[in-house]
Design a protein around this ligand. Structure first.
Ligand code: FES
Length: 109
């Protein structure tokens, strides 16, 4: 028997997110997450910008990055590395994503 602990939670349908777009969604008991589709890939991160609490779902995707709508920090999709960094802004937390039968799951542990 495996010791693996399954912590992936259902996030949304893959069709809920259009290519090049980002949406905000909630999972019961958790902070909201942002779901991105870029280059056919799905990414899931915290929705709240690590700088000053803007909703990243209100930002836009450009060149593989999500651009915060407030002070324009840019975060690499998938790694969360920050560019164009306002003072005090750290990395954005991304989660491991699995897509099964058109349903997006993320390991929010
Ligand atoms: S709130 Fe996102 S960069 Fe300032």
């Amino acid at each position: 028997m495996s010791d693996t602990v399954l912590t992936a939670m259902k996030i949304c349908s893959i069709d809920d997110v259009a290519e090049g777009e980002v949406i905000k969604t909630s999972v019961e008991g958790r902070d909201p997450v942002a779901v991105y589709k870029s280059g056919g890939q799905i990414y899931v991160s915290n929705d709240v910008c690590p700088h000053a609490e803007a909703s990243l779902a209100e930002g836009y995707i450009e060149d593989g990055r999500i651009i915060c709508p407030v002070h324009f920090a840019e975060f690499d999709l998938g790694t969360g590395e920050v560019h164009n960094q306002p003072v005090g802004c750290g990395k954005l937390k991304f989660y491991t994503v699995t897509v099964v039968a058109g349903v997006v799951y993320a390991d929010l542990a």
